[in-house]
Write a protein of this length. Structure first.
Length: 147
């Protein structure tokens, strides 16, 4: 299984916001910290805000923060949201499925079971669980807790 770059970036953005909470974080700060395109991050942050994971503020002193505490943002929910447009295999999408053997194939059910297990594990964890400590993450990003 492979998650998309969108999901990967979403999780990094949420972790970054969590370790900087309650301060506002800027797109540029995340772009610099992870060496990710500002353009890509803008889309990620807008989608995370639309989904209720982030709150954004425009303007000179703008930026974003978590919409709720890190220990209430479930990783499984974030990944489901981020991967909603990317079915694991073609036959999971009834509108785009063109596989001729779908009616006779059991693989869809086996992969569905595996996917359910994947999400069951992710549902046990929150954004607060994905880093060792705020100070460790900030240090690795070249930031201080007063950044």
């Amino acid at each position: 299984m492979r998650i998309s770059f969108f999901t990967d970036y979403s999780l990094r953005v949420l972790m970054h916001a969590a370790v900087r909470a309650p301060e506002r974080v800027t797109i540029q700060e995340v772009a610099d910290a992870f060496d990710i395109s500002r353009h890509h991050l803008t889309k990620v942050i807008n989608e995370l805000a639309r989904a209720g994971f982030l709150e954004t503020t425009r303007g000179r002193s703008g930026g974003f923060t978590l919409a709720k505490p890190a220990n209430r943002i479930v990783i499984g929910e974030v990944v489901r949201f981020s991967e909603a447009d990317s079915p694991l295999v073609e036959c999971f999408d009834p509108l785009r499925n063109r596989c001729a053997v779908t009616p006779a194939c059991r693989l869809k059910h086996q992969l569905g079971e595996a996917l359910a297990a994947f999400y069951a594990v992710l549902d046990r964890y929150t954004v607060a669980d994905i880093y060792t400590s705020k100070d460790d993450v900030l240090r690795h990003l070249g930031l201080s807790s007063a950044a």
